[in-house]
Design a protein around this ligand. Structure first.
Ligand SMILES: Cc1cc2nc3c(=O)[nH]c(=O)nc-3n(C[C@H](O)[C@H](O)[C@H](O)COP(=O)(O)OP(=O)(O)OC[C@H]3O[C@@H](n4cnc5c(N)ncnc54)[C@H](O)[C@@H]3O)c2cc1C
Length: 443
């Protein structure tokens, strides 16, 4: 009889469990900490709703929409304010709104005239991606140097806390390679997609940013509620997995037909297992600290009319960027107050993330003073250190993926899912968990 051990109660493990639950396949989730959700964690402090990890979801995404529907969470969706489509990038020490239309693109001071022309010539660039091409090399080849410096570099730091000179174009953004391969140009691919949408007759669903009324934690909490707490063992860190003589997996003295590992690779490689997992060390997770800071509205001169502000590496600032949570979502901070979430470290300067607060805060405040006109001290500080924050999709991860596939093929009932395998977003992690659960179900 099928019985599945799921190691790790993050969103990947929970999503896999939910698929098994729907098919009435028994399972146990083993989670090391006292709560499920992993990186997703919402806290309430000083009258604020603070996200320690992910702040928002992006839609529409069929996988995510389906899960939200199955969990009856539609009524709890909290959409972003219309300002949130505005994103600031720092150039020459000033936050500049990223252009959202062709007219804004023509006028924006974010790129020089030469860079704007170069970008428009992208459809005529005749070249193709090659194995091992970094994201930076891909972007420079197709779009030119300034868009790499002032658009891609800060965005990659916002998404991956990563460095485009180290990320693999094919592993980190496979869709870009696909667009180039199919259409010979990113601009042509975008035009083709929008024409197809127009001629399909289907109304275009607006791309939206959202969370839930009580924060991101509602998603794992609802999964736990639906799965049932008797199938979840929290405060159960797994250190050893054994193969039993009967061909089953022995986890914490219990036998299972199938074993699903959803831990971050750095935790997985510490497990004592009958198979070798040391190759997982090749996946790097740079450290990131997120500081949520509460101020009176009048302590800042910037209107904070957007999603946040990202800072290109060449601007040589201490921080990676800032989110404006109280501008994006309702009920994040008390009236007349603003909540900022500042990110420090990442692959640019991982050591900075682990600095003591007395060294961190003055450097953060200096950047906020110069970029957003901040005066004075915060009324509340919420610090969240992610020593191993986000797996970097460098060229090495492609080899790791191949080795994982080989292990699965050579060990019956062994599966891997998580944000190190199918992409780093929450939606990717949900897909990763579901896909593996379907393979277990169909076996
Ligand atoms: C600071 C930050 C901001 C982010 N922002 C966004 C965002 O805005 N939008 C977005 O889509 N994504 C965002 N992400 C990415 C996203 O949150 C993660 O990729 C996703 O939540 C990972 O889910 P997971 O289940 O794969 O891993 P995890 O969430 O890491 O879950 C793994 C689980 O395994 C448990 N575990 C570890 N060791 C053991 C053990 N030995 N035994 C048992 N259990 C163990 C852990 O406690 C944890 O619960 C962000 C990530 C971070 C860190």
């Amino acid at each position: 009889m099928k019985r599945v051990a799921i190691i790790g109660g993050g969103i990947s493990g929970l999503s896999a469990a939910w698929e098994l639950k729907k098919k009435q396949i028994p399972f146990i989730i083993f989670e090391a900490t006292e709560r499920c959700g992993g990186a997703i964690r919402t806290i309430h402090e000083a009258g604020c709703l603070i996200e320690a990890g992910p702040n928002s979801l992006n839609g529409p995404q069929p996988e995510l929409d389906r899960l939200i529907n199955e969990l009856d969470l539609e009524g709890d969706i909290c959409p972003a304010d219309s300002h949130a489509s505005n994103r600031f990038i720092v150039r020459d020490g000033k936050p500049i709104a990223l252009p959202r239309s062709f007219a804004e693109y023509i006028k924006t001071p974010l790129f020089s005239s030469a860079a704007k022309w170069r970008l428009l010539k992208e459809p005529f660039i005749r070249s193709a991606s090659f194995p091992g091409e970094t994201l930076a090399a891909f972007a420079e080849r197709r779009l030119g140097r300034e868009p790499l410096t002032y658009a891609l570099n800060p965005f990659v730091s916002g998404i991956y806390a990563g460095d485009p000179n180290r990320l693999s174009a094919a592993a980190a953004f496979p869709m870009l390679i696909e667009m180039e391969r199919e259409h010979g140009s990113l601009l042509k691919a975008l035009l083709h997609r929008s024409k197809k949408q127009r001629t399909s007759g289907n109304p275009r669903s607006p791309r939206t940013i959202y969370t839930f009324k009580e924060g991101m934690q509602m998603l794992p909490d609802r999964l736990v509620e639906k799965i049932g707490s008797d199938a979840i063992k929290t405060l159960h860190p797994i250190e050893v997995v054994e193969a039993s003589p009967s061909g089953e997996w022995n986890v914490a003295g219990d036998l299972f037909s199938d074993l699903l590992l959803t831990l971050p690779t750095h935790a997985q490689s510490k497990l004592a297992t009958p198979f070798d997992l040391t190759f997982l060390h090749a996946v790097r997770y740079p450290s990131v600290t997120s500081l949520s800071l509460l101020y009176d509205r009048n302590q800042l001169t910037h209107p904070l009319n957007g999603f946040g502000m990202l800072i290109p590496a060449c601007e040589d600032r201490f921080i990676l960027g800032v989110l404006f949570p109280s501008s994006i979502f309702a009920n994040r901070a008390p009236e007349n107050s603003v909540l900022l979430t500042v990110f420090i470290g990442g692959d640019r300067q991982p050591d900075r993330a682990l600095l003591p607060m007395d060294q961190l805060l003055p450097s953060v405040e200096k950047d906020l003073h110069e970029l957003l006109g901040l005066q004075g001290a915060p009324h509340h500080i919420s610090t969240h250190r992610w020593e191993d924050a986000i797996p970097q999709y460098t060229q090495e991860i492609e080899t790791v993926h191949e080795q994982i596939t080989t292990l699965e093929a050579t060990h019956s009932g062994l599966y891997f899912a998580g944000n190190y395998r199918d992409g780093i977003s929450i939606t990717n992690a949900i897909t990763s968990g579901r896909t593996v659960a379907e393979r277990i179900i169909d076996k």
